[in-house]
Design a protein around this ligand. Structure first.
Ligand code: PLP
Length: 490
């Protein structure tokens, strides 16, 4: 073959129209699919040819295989009956923004490699400072600023590396973990988070080379939030043993129960102790678009960095995690390496942002487009309506649980998240969840709180309406009623 069979713009137009039509139909039909995929392990691969095609195939064949092979292997995260984990909601404007990002095919590692990719991102993150009620010090016109990462895990890892370098005065980047200039043993750098914090903190500590045994999982109170006295005691004990506390990660909305750590008290402690405070609000951060939920981030002005995921609850397709720092110079110093081939006049002028220095990889997608499309399509008013709708549905569900004789709340209701359990015990709750999920009618996941099995219902899909949540509650009650009596106790 002399020439690769590139799709012509005209073929692209035809295939693209067919694909958009297929996605629109999926949106209309998504409710009809069993929410949790019923596929058996290996069943998707068993339907795929063993080797890749030698000749190119018609696009229609690809579309057919989407229907016949891919869709049966999909768990429908956009279903109105999806209540598992936290949502990863999507929306029309976001899908189109993502498509445009692919269509433009930009790689925005430097300002110079596509100025609009950088400047739109900076601008949208400044908009979000206003929209979410974040501290002024995160605005790009100050010493701080924001960037879009692929995930909260990456945001947290980035914060850990910046904190590691700040605490060691750059020694770890120069000499490696645990070594001071000249090769002498350096102090152990320690990290603190609550025992209900997300696993991405432990993963970040491992990747940053600090070692899992440098991570302190701080005790929590009856609301599953970090105990500040326990944090203070752990820091004091580490200092007495010669360690150097580097970072505290507080959570606004833990994954298990939506617990909110006391940011103000933790922040004041971190200021006194000169420890980097990172705040992980991956899910609950979206709620502060509503003024009535701003209390969630009271004290955030003491934080050195903050992350929340529009790809969870703010109608922006995965992946899109916003990350702000109060002092961008420290971050850039920790991550910047400038080889000759990346040098350019704009960078050397010192007047532009090069986001490659704000993240782990070099290359980066034009993610700001989808977020910009979402904010412009919905407006702040529309986004607030979405959050309020989900919160109201979760609150309605929680009220049913409270009124029921058989079920109880297992934690204070958080924004859009209800933790509850049947009073009959762990085995019963597990059996109940499995039956519900196998039915395909809805999808819930679980956690453990106070050493008891707990079911979590997180509301976040743009398609979920009151009738869905009413049906979910009816189904839960009916399924529990039909479970065999021998399962009624542990
Ligand atoms: N932090 C919290 C509180 C989370 O709930 C999650 C995921 O659910 C994460 C971090 C990880 O998010 P990501 O998948 O963007 O890394």
């Amino acid at each position: 073959m002399d020439q690769a069979p590139h799709m012509t713009p005209d073929e692209f137009r035809r295939c693209g129209t067919a694909l958009i039509e297929r996605i629109a139909r999926y949106m209309e039909e998504v409710e009809q699919y069993p929410v949790l995929s019923q596929a058996e392990p290996g069943s998707v691969r068993a339907r795929l040819p063993r080797t890749a095609p030698e000749q190119g195939e018609p696009f229609a064949d690809l579309l057919r295989d989407i229907d016949e092979i891919v869709l049966p292997g999909i768990t429908h995260w956009q279903s109105p009956n999806f209540y598992a984990y936290f949502p990863a909601n999507a929306s029309g404007p976001s899908i189109l923004g993502d498509l445009l990002s692919s269509g433009l095919g930009v790689q925005g590692m430097l300002w110079a490699t596509s100025p609009a990719c950088t400047e739109l991102e900076t601008h949208v993150l400044d908009w979000l400072v206003d929209l979410l009620g974040l501290p002024e010090g995160y605005r790009s016109s100050t010493a701080g600023g924001g960037v879009i990462q692929d995930s909260a895990s990456s945001s947290t890892l980035t914060a850990l590396i910046a904190a590691r370098e700040r605490a060691s005065a750059g020694a770890v980047n120069e000499h490696g973990v645990g070594r001071c200039p000249g090769g002498a043993e350096g102090p152990r750098l320690t990290v603190y988070t609550s025992r209900h914090a997300h696993s991405s903190i432990e993963k970040g500590v491992k990747i940053a080379g600090l070692g899992r045994d440098s991570l302190r999982l701080i005790d929590t109170d009856e609301r599953h939030a970090m105990r500040v006295e326990a944090l203070e005691a752990a820091i004091a004990s580490d200092r007495a043993a010669g360690a150097l506390p580097a970072l505290v990660c507080a959570t606004v909305g833990t994954t298990s129960s939506g617990a909110v750590d006391p940011l103000r008290a933790i922040g004041e402690l971190c200021r006194r102790e000169d420890i980097w405070l990172h705040v992980d609000a991956a899910h609950a951060g979206s709620a502060t678009i509503c003024p009535e939920h701003r209390g969630l981030i009271d004290g955030l002005e003491h934080a050195d960095s903050y992350t929340f995921n529009p790809h969870k609850w703010l109608l922006t397709n995965f992946d899109c995690s916003c990350f702000w720092v109060a002092d961008r110079a420290t971050l850039i110093q920790a991550l910047s390496v400038l080889p000759e081939y990346l040098r350019n006049r704009a960078t050397e002028s010192g007047t532009v942002i090069d986001y490659r220095d704000w993240q782990i990889p070099l290359g980066r997608r034009f993610r700001a487009l989808k977020l910009w499309f979402v904010i412009r399509h919905y407006g702040a008013e529309g986004l607030r309506a979405h959050v309020r709708h989900c919160v109201a549905l979760a609150d309605w569900f929680a009220a049913q649980v409270e009124e029921s004789e058989d079920f109880e709340l297992a934690a204070p209701v958080s924004v859009g998240l209800v933790c509850f359990r049947h009073r009959a015990g762990d085995a019963f709750n597990e059996a109940l969840m499995n039956r519900l999920n196998e039915s395909g009618a809805l999808y819930l996941t679980h956690t453990r709180l106070d050493d008891r099995q707990v079911l979590r219902l997180a509301v976040g899909s743009s398609a979920t309406r009151r009738e869905h949540i009413e049906r979910a509650w009816a189904r839960i009650v009916e399924t529990a009623g039909a479970l065999s009596p021998e399962m009624l106790s542990d």
